[in-house]
Each structure stands twice: as structure tokens, then as C-alpha cells.
Design a protein around this ligand. Structure first.
Ligand SMILES: [Zn+2]
Length: 302
């Protein structure tokens, strides 16, 4: 019997069937928004429901990874993403467990990605590491003694909102000087886009001819420094043996190498043995993490 999994992001919902031994048997994707171009909680739930009905009989647990803040213990959306109005307060587990009669587990996307990497990716030989994902914001997860450190309200590891520049740039959270306002991939693309007067993606910034541009060189170097600033603080807090870096931009090999080198230069002797690795599962991490929590819930109810 398989596990039905969903990975709900701001623009797309990935879903699929995962085997008991955590192989992805099939996977698919649909837009989060409905045809009018606007997403809302009702259409998202309807779409999930449609898939659950379609696959009925092929799964004995459901795992859901979603953007936003989740009460993992209750499977409840504490605060939905701005991209999905009405999502806040949704009792995902309650709705789908009572309808389909199988265990349902829900967690936020960064925790699911962290669990995916912990069990099937870059962290699979380590029971202690921190994981950061660089995209429009910066997400984080803390994997400690073989499990996620979730915190009092399932909100631990929000590294993107550490303050690295007191009184600095405005963050999407409404406060000032947060790490992600400087170290996210968006912080880099915003700076470069502004310079060129058009949108420049992270991928384009790393194209060979772009890398020769002195402005790009400086922008990348400054951005690496911002990334490392946060990692230095995290190194002193956690003294982790391993840091896993995720997000599409981290597929740039040179970037990960530079971060590793700069980090080791800037921390004390007890912190220099840290390994810095890129995440391995890319866009599958969320689905595999969702399968893992679903299996855990299934086993806990036996
Ligand atoms: Zn913030």
C-alpha cells in the first residue's frame, strides 16, 4: 500500500504516490491557483480532495507538505501563505482523516524538505545538522538527535528572520534587518535586476558571460558574505557537524564552495570541521518528507 503525498507551494501543488520503502512511484503537478489566476483555500482543498478520491484504494496514509506555518501536532494551518487567502485556520488533518479514514500528517514545507534530506538525501548519514533553503526567502530546519527540533509552536528554525542588520532593510515579515532581506536569492536578483533595469533571474546571473561583469562579481561576492554572516552565527549556536544548503541557486557548485571557504575562515577552531553540502533531493525533498511524516503517523496509530 502506498502513501499519497502533496507538496503545496505558492505557485504549484506537487502530488504523487510513494511506496512503503519511500520510492516515488508516480508524481504530478498542478497549479495552486484556479483558472482565474487566484489561489484560495477552497480551491486548494477541492483539488486535494479530487486527487484523494482519484487515488482511493492505493494509499493507507496521506502526507502533506505546505507553505505557511503549521501546528504539526494537530495538523492545523496556523498561518497560511499570502498566496493562498483563507488558508489560515484550516484543519487539514481533521477534514481529510474524517473523510478518507486514513492517517493524515501535515507539516510546513521547510520541515518536510529537512526530513526528506535527513532520511534520503544529504543528511542521511548524520543525525545532527541544520538545513537552510535560499529562495524568495530563507527557510531553515534543525535536525537534532535523529528528529526535527520543532519548538514550542512548531516554528523553530526560522533562520530567515534572524536579525543580521539591526534597523536595516524592510523584510516581508514587516520587521527590519532580517537575514533573508540580505541573503535570500531574491535579495541578489533584486539588486542585479535594479542595476540592469529588467528582471534578471538567479540562473541568468550565473551564466558565464554574466559572471565576467564586474558589477555581477561584486554583487555575488557581497551576497555570499551575507549568507556566511548568518551561517557564522548559526555555527556558534549549534556547532553543527553538517550544514545543508538548499534552493535552486545552490546547484551552482562554485557558490557552495565559496560559502564553505568563507565560513571556515570566519569561525573559531572548534567550528571549522563543519561540512557544507548542497541539498540532494531538490524538488523531491518535500514529497519524501511528507511521506515520512505520514508513515510515522501511520505507525503511531497502530
Ligand atoms: Zn523578517
Amino acid at each position: 500500500m502506498g502513501i499519497l503525498v502533496f507538496d503545496i507551494g505558492g505557485t504549484a501543488i506537487k502530488y504523487g504516490l510513494v511506496s512503503d520503502s519511500f520510492e516515488i512511484i508516480e508524481s504530478n503537478e498542478m497549479p495552486t491557483a484556479n483558472e482565474g489566476g487566484k489561489a484560495n483555500a477552497k480551491t486548494v482543498l477541492q483539488n486535494l480532495d479530487r486527487v484523494m478520491t482519484e487515488y482511493k484504494g492505493q494509499y493507507n496514509a496521506i502526507g502533506i507538505s505546505t507553505a505557511g506555518q503549521v501546528d504539526f501536532e494537530r495538523g492545523f494551518i496556523v498561518y497560511g501563505t499570502d498566496n493562498i487567502p483563507g488558508f489560515t485556520g484550516t484543519d487539514m488533518r481533521g477534514i481529510f482523516e474524517s473523510k478518507y479514514g486514513v492517517p493524515v500528517a501535515v507539516d510546513n514545507d521547510v520541515n518536510c524538505a529537512g526530513l526528506g534530506e535527513a532520511h534520503f538525501g544529504a543528511g542521511r548519514s548524520s543525525d545532527y545538522f541544520i538545513c537552510l533553503t535560499y529562495g524568495t526567502g530563507v527557510g531553515g530546519a534543525i535536525y537534532l538527535n535523529g528528529d526535527l527540533l520543532r519548538g514550542a509552536k512548531s516554528a523553530a528554525g526560522e533562520f530567515g528572520h534572524m536579525v543580521t542588520h539591526a534597523g536595516g532593510a524592510r523584510c516581508t515579515c514587516g520587521r527590519k534587518g532580517c537575514y533573508e532581506a540580505y541573503a535570500s536569492c531574491r535579495a541578489l536578483t533584486n539588486r542585479v535586476s535594479e542595476h540592469f533595469g529588467r528582471y534578471v533571474s538567479g540562473r541568468e546571473i550565473y551564466e558565464p558571460q554574466m559572471l565576467e561583469d564586474p558589477f555581477i562579481k561584486q554583487a555575488i561576492s557581497d551576497w555570499e558574505d551575507e549568507i556566511v554572516n548568518g551561517l557564522v552565527s548559526l555555527s556558534y549556536i549549534f556547532n553543527p557537524p553538517l550544514i545543508v544548503l538548499g534552493g535552486g541557486i545552490m546547484s551552482e557548485e562554485q557558490l557552495v564552495n565559496n560559502i564553505r571557504k568563507k565560513l571556515i575562515e570566519r569561525v573559531g577552531i572548534n567550528y571549522q570541521s563543519v561540512q557544507v553540502e548542497k541539498a540532494q533531493l531538490r524538488n523531491k525533498a518535500g514529497m519524501l518528507g511528507a511521506a515520512y511524516i505520514a508513515k510515522q503517523r501511520l505507525d503511531s496509530l497502530k
